[in-house]
Design a binder for this molecule. Structure first.
Ligand SMILES: Cc1cc2nc3c(=O)[nH]c(=O)nc-3n(C[C@H](O)[C@H](O)[C@H](O)COP(=O)(O)O)c2cc1C
Length: 135
């Protein structure tokens, strides 16, 4: 079971991880919970591309769908396996959407919540099949 894997970081049931990027996916904000689970300080994240937490198990098609959706002005929701700084992983259910700041600059925000063990198992399998098809 996923929760017995020592490489997995289990999110608190009330965890809410937030990050904000510019139009190119460069991080310009992350809340304390994002930093805590990812294992980075805020200074290590600001100015870095968001793929800093990309896990190799994630299929390319998932991120293509994410970018196609948000670039066309829509909201993307999906399951993401992220890699923490120490190499461990954590699953999140992310909602990513475009926004315009009060100064007029455009960017994207992602809000993330906990994922159930059943969904982790489902997406672990699905993403594995998708990755196999990408090779
Ligand atoms: C607001 C926002 C949040 C993102 N959050 C994540 C994330 O938590 N994990 C992740 O792997 N990619 C995230 N991405 C997607 C990355 O920008 C990137 O496309 C992805 O990690 C794949 O990396 P690659 O394009 O270098 O292959 C996010 C993008 C945006 C715009």
């Amino acid at each position: 079971m996923a929760s017995q894997d020592s490489n997995e970081i289990i999110l608190d049931t009330r965890a809410f991880l937030v990050s904000e990027t510019d139009e190119k996916g460069i991080i310009n904000f992350a809340n304390d919970e994002f930093c805590k689970y990812a294992g980075y300080t805020i200074d290590e994240l600001i100015g870095k591309p968001h793929n800093i937490v990309r896990h190799p198990d994630m299929p390319r098609a998932a991120f293509k769908a994410l970018w196609d959706t948000i670039k066309s002005g829509n909201k993307w929701r999906g399951f993401v396996k992220n890699r923490a700084k120490d190499g461990r992983y954590y699953w999140v259910f992310a909602t990513v959407y475009p926004f315009v700041s009060c100064e007029g600059s455009k960017g994207y925000i992602s809000c993330r919540r906990v994922v159930s063990d059943m969904e982790k198992k489902k997406y672990e399998k699905l993403y594995k099949e998708m990755r196999a098809g990408e090779r």
